[in-house]
Design a protein around this ligand. Sequence first.
Ligand SMILES: Cc1ncc(COP(=O)(O)O)c(C=O)c1O
Length: 460
Amino acid sequence: MNLATKQLSHAELLELDARYCWHPFTQMQTATAPLPVVRGQGEFLFDAQGNKYFDAVSSWWVNIHGHSNPAIAQAISRQACELEHVMFAGVTHPPAALLAEKLIQHAPAPMAKVFYSDNGSTAIEVALKMAFQYWQNRGVPSKKRIIALEGGYHGDTFGAMATGKSSGFYNPFAPWLFHVDFIPTGVCACTEEEALAALDQLLADSAGEIAALILEPLIQGASGMRFTRPAHVAELCKRCEAAGVLVIFDEVFTGFGRTGTLFAAEQVAQFGGQPDIVCISKGLTGGFMPMAATLTSQAVYDAFLSADVGHALLHGHSYTANPLGCAAALTSLTLFSNEATWGAIERIEATHRRWLPALACHPLIENPRVCGTVAAFELKSSQSQCGSAYGSGYGSNASQWIRQTFLELGIVVRPLGNTVYWVPPYCTAPETLENAYQTLMHVLQRWGSLIAPGPGSELF
Ligand SMILES: Cc1ncc(COP(=O)(O)O)c(C=O)c1O
């Protein structure tokens, strides 16, 4: 047991939590009790009563090599005994410099520089500030508008909220969000055309006012695992490049193997599109430490070089480049040079694909899809029997029922409305994922009887 924490029983933990904790994305008045987790190992979480749960969502998509991965845990422990933290303004340290080198070696072209921060939202804020100031420093202050994709989610700080307005989470803050031009997401051939047309129009009318386009390449995560083709993303990039508009890839979710390549940008590059700025977080430290980075091209970096301190990026966080985070990230990246990691990623994708036909013909499922280690589909409800492709609300009854039902069966999921998805840690054993699919079939049976016309169905 950790010296700083007291051993708590299942009930004590829940009681203490209820008394003092305020959970994220949670209506505390109506929420069911949280899952009291005391231990994690590999793809599993354990509660205080010894019950085991498959973490099918990698703890909000951060965990890639499994819980309590020994190599990462040891790297953090060693680093903690050497140098736990030091400010990164006017100071450097080996883990930060080594990690920056390694990130640039692995990052998509033309990334050349690493600016550290501490979570996905701050990586986005940094990227937006870089984009705004890049044009000011270059003497084009008129370029201050941002284009984003409908349905995009980029985090919960103000700039990130402005660029992800359509998520529906931000209504109370609407008066404080700056204007953003939204274009269609391009999740199918017709909206691809609409997206390109909308972008062309914006660039034709106002390229001189537009600083950057921001998007989640290949997968819009939080809005319901909406997939876009790499060729389409490349088209958007090429048009922006031609019009002198920076492109920001938000790879906070897609980075570190999620889409089958280390970065989604690699797949976009095959079609000739590339970003100027890339935001990474989540899997960066293997899910161990809160950490993020905003990577930029040399050209973006160079625009901040000047004798004038006002041209510098005057931004930073207390825990910028935290050595423990850097040590975890270095070890996590090393695990990617191990063929076993890529074998595991391929096996997860193969299992998802093997189940696709069964899901595709299931009467209660719509739009099953796979991209790398991510599989997603919509559950039909009485509200969307055959209609809407993408779920009905983050905190809906349907979502809570699905979560609770899977939990009772030993699987942690976190549906996005009616969208259910698997985003497992890469260390997930094939039989664990296989069992999860079998459990899904069982859950679907129960779902079917609940949404059948009759008493109780109105819940959904
Ligand atoms: C694509 C994307 N960008 C940014 C964020 C924000 O990251 P964080 O929650 O670490 O602030 C998220 C979080 O889910 C995300 O999925």
